[in-house]
Design a protein around this ligand. Structure first.
Ligand SMILES: *[C@@H]1O[C@H](CO)[C@@H](O)[C@H](O)[C@H]1NC(C)=O
Ligand SMILES: *[C@@H]1O[C@H](CO)[C@@H](O)[C@H](O)[C@H]1NC(C)=O
Ligand SMILES: *[C@@H]1O[C@H](CO)[C@@H](O)[C@H](O)[C@H]1NC(C)=O
Ligand SMILES: *[C@@H]1O[C@H](CO)[C@@H](O)[C@H](O)[C@H]1NC(C)=O
Ligand SMILES: *[C@@H]1O[C@H](CO)[C@@H](O)[C@H](O)[C@H]1NC(C)=O
Ligand SMILES: *[C@@H]1O[C@H](CO)[C@@H](O)[C@H](O)[C@H]1NC(C)=O
Length: 682
């Protein structure tokens, strides 16, 4: 059929265009934006003034004052009953004295008139008076930001609160001044109206759905996805066609200065953003008027003394910094791109403040930090040593090289810094803490699910495979264990602490004489030969698999003896039901085939004979079901013998005697570098 113009087909389109045009004309759009104010912008009344900086001050610090500021022309808000509006403003409340609470508050107000005859200060916020408070003929909509207890203790109880008020101070909806940190969880952060500094607020009214949303947050935070208040209200029932928009504020027995720094408004659309760089800054209020001569002299003397002290301090700091620079930097250090400045790390961790500490272990502490230059979150591990570090130059070369390792299942090493006798290692910050803490401690009563656990062991396998085979050099981890596996925001595993690993070129064997690792994860041949290998990492990974499936540490002191996890799983298998060993905290919620695979693979990897263990590449294939695991029943006849073998090995070394409590294995490592010291968390 030829394609020709058909007026009948296009007629509905024409209608749509006409309807849209008429809607556009009907729903009048009006908007304004003030990044700071000047004398020609607003209608003002009461104590309101505009400071030279452009800040609008509604009230000063005196008691019982009122201030109003309104957009000069009325806005035809309810020209039609489906009109919407949005408004966005930045305000700041400065209490009269530093350490006492101020009052009372300010309110965004829509009112038929910019005059409020007889309005009272205090909790009525200069909008209502005691006789018209609550009267439906007010036609007033106000969103209050109140810093004193609500006037009605029974229905308005928060001091630091936000309320939606219609025709009176009895809030239709209210909540403490907070904001939702993210859209999906209920986690809220408090906003202290008087202490926070500049605060942003959004008031959005949807005239079709009839919903009022109110959102606040500090100026430094982006608009929260979820509004604090989202209240179904049909404003067209209460308000008039033309309304004045503006602000009212009042003080009472308690007082604060109330400032608006910027404001934007739009009818039937999204209010324009404000430009934070253009917003005025709240001026410092003068506290005292009567300065007499004596005071002036005192101040002058004091200033001179302070000036001299400051000068001395500055030159001392300068001297120290120059001296320290010479002391710290050797020339080889200068060509290490991954070297961080001590000053930056000191600043990032707020001076290694106790509150920033997220983990501690035998060798030092781990601090959370934010790099000042980039704002990137990092974990800084501080390794202290009583003696100057030996072989720093070689070690730095090694770290430079480790720093180039990049994999999604590794806690990437970003860099390092030498300071006096200590060494600082800078890692990615991983938010959910370590696997062992998630396995043994519930998070709000929830333990890791099987799906999460299976994903975690797959992630660890993929990280280890990268270290063993996929990078330019072979990296032996040497300390695979649950406390070295960190869990990120998306519950993916990140293997950490390969700072312990020594590098080996492909094909070469290790010549070290130190045994490094953690009891319970050390392959039997390692205690004999002291030679770490890919296969001793596989052994430790096998123990980790069993640990994750069984929810038990590798060695647990129980009923006066040390129960070795591998033996226990083998015992369950001998008794005919390997699933007896499964973590009871899973409540039998797991995929049988996957569980069988993980337990079987755990036993295979932790086989006492290194030759019998698979490589990490095979492990990954088994976990991805690309290859079938050799049948479990083939393992079982050897099982009982293996168990005895392992037990006797430990006994022969006398290691079991040194383990006395269920938790001590966490912190006991043997060899030159310990254990669970990198433990990221909250
Ligand atoms: C006052 O502000 C308005 C817009 O906010 C601007 O157009 C006007 O030029 C300003 N007037 C003065 C005197 O600065
Ligand atoms: C605060 O404003 C009121 C009303 O404008 C005025 O009477 C009072 O003197 C002011 N107080 C101070 C400390 O400036
Ligand atoms: C708007 O008001 C008219 C009558 O004035 C009514 O028929 C219509 O349903 C109202 N629309 C809405 C969305 O409330
Ligand atoms: C406070 O509110 C309650 C209802 O929530 C009401 O019964 C009481 O009269 C109110 N008190 C005042 C002083 O308005
Ligand atoms: C205050 O509002 C509540 C509902 O939010 C209502 O139950 C109460 O009667 C109101 N009190 C006054 C005095 O208006
Ligand atoms: C009000 O908040 C609700 C809930 O978050 C949201 O679905 C809605 O889109 C918001 N409406 C406006 C006008 O912002």
């Amino acid at each position: 059929m030829p394609n020709y113009y058909n007026p009948f087909i296009n007629r509905p389109l024409l209608f749509l265009v006409i309807i849209l045009c008429s809607l556009f004309i009907l729903s009048e759009s009006q908007s304004f934006v003030y990044n700071g104010f000047n004398n020609s912008n607003l209608v003002r009344a009461g104590a309101t003034i505009i400071k030279p900086s452009g800040a609008l001050r509604l009230t000063n610090n005196s008691h019982n004052v009122i201030g109003h500021a309104f957009h000069p022309t009325p806005i035809p808000i309810f020209f039609n009953n489906a009109s919407s509006f949005t408004t966005y403003f930045v305000f700041q409340i400065v209490p009269s004295t530093l350490n006492t609470d101020g009052g009372f508050g300010l309110a965004f107000t829509l009112s038929p008139s910019p005059q409020f005859p007889g309005a009272a200060p205090g909790h009525l916020l200069g909008i209502f008076n005691p006789s018209n408070n609550g009267n439906p003929s007010n036609h007033i909509f106000a969103v209050e930001f109140d810093t004193v207890d609500g006037h009605n203790e029974t229905s308005d109880t928060y001091g630091n609160h936000i309320g939606i008020n219609i025709n009176g101070m009895n809030s239709t909806a209210s909540d403490s001044a907070t904001y939702y940190v993210d859209g999906t969880h209920n986690r809220k952060e408090e906003v202290w109206l008087e202490k926070e500094g500049p605060i942003q607020a959004w008031i959005d009214y949807d005239g079709v759905k009839k919903v009022v949303n109110v959102t606040i947050c500090p100026l430094r935070v982006a608009k929260p996805v979820r509004p604090l208040l989202s209240e179904p209200i049909d404003l067209s029932l209460y308000l008039e066609k033309n309304m004045y928009a503006g602000f009212s504020a009042a003080t009472g027995e308690k007082s604060s200065s109330h400032y608006i720094l910027g404001w934007s408004f739009r009818l039937n659309g999204i209010a324009d953003p404000l430009d934070p760089s253009q917003l005025p800054v709240v001026p410092v209020e003068k506290s005292s008027r009567s300065t007499n001569k004596v005071k002036k002299v005192l101040i002058a003397t004091f200033s001179v003394v302070v000036f001299i002290l400051l000068g001395a301090l500055v030159s001392l700091l300068f001297y120290r910094r120059v001296i320290m620079k010479f002391e710290l930097l050797e020339d080889w250090e200068l060509d290490c791109p991954r070297r961080f400045g001590y000053k930056d790390l000191h600043k990032a961790t707020k001076g290694f403040k106790e509150s920033e500490k997220i983990g501690a272990g035998g060798f030092g502490s781990v601090y959370k930090g934010v790099l000042p230059a980039t704002g990137v979150e990092v974990a800084v591990k501080k390794i202290m040593s009583n003696n100057p570090l030996q072989g720093m130059r070689e070690f730095a070369a090694e770290i430079e090289s480790l720093g180039r390792l990049r994999h999604k299942n590794l806690v990437n090493l970003q860099g390092w810094c030498k300071h006096k006798n200590g060494l600082l290692l800078v890692y990615d910050y991983v938010s959910n803490g370590s696997l062992d803490s998630l396995l043994y401690n519930s998070k709000n009563g929830n333990y890791l699910t099987w799906e999460q656990r299976f994903n975690i062991v797959k992630g660890v396998a993929s990280g280890l495979l990268y270290l063993h085979e996929e990078w330019e050099q072979v990296v032996i981890h040497r300390d695979v264990k649950s406390s070295n596996v960190l869990i990120d925001h998306d519950m993916n595993a990140r293997l950490g602490d390969f700072g312990l690993a020594r590098l080996y070129d492909h094909g070469k064997n290790s010549h070290t004489t130190h045994v490094v690792g953690t009891i319970g994860y050390i392959a039997p041949e390692l205690t004999r030969t002291g030679k770490a290998s890919k296969s001793s990492d596989v052994f430790a990974y096998g123990i980790l698999l069993l640990e994750v499936a069984c929810g038990r540490p590798p060695i647990k002191y129980e009923l006066d003896r040390n129960v070795i996890l591998v033996d226990w799983v083998l015992e369950c298998m001998k008794m005919g039901n390997i699933f007896e060993a499964v973590d009871a905290k899973l409540n039998s919620m797991y995929v049988t085939e996957e569980m069988e695979l993980v337990l079987g693979l755990g036993l295979l990897c932790s086989h006492p004979k290194p030759e019998a263990r698979p490589t990490m590449r095979q492990v990954v294939k088994y976990l991805n079901a690309d290859e079938m695991l050799p049948m479990l029943d083939k393992l079982s006849p050897a099982g009982s013998r293996r168990a005895d073998e392992i037990t006797s090995r430990f006994l022969a070394l006398g290691l079991t005697d040194s383990i006395t409590t269920t938790t001590s294995y966490h912190s006991s490592s043997i060899g030159m570098i310990s254990c669970s010291s990198f433990d990221s968390g909250r």
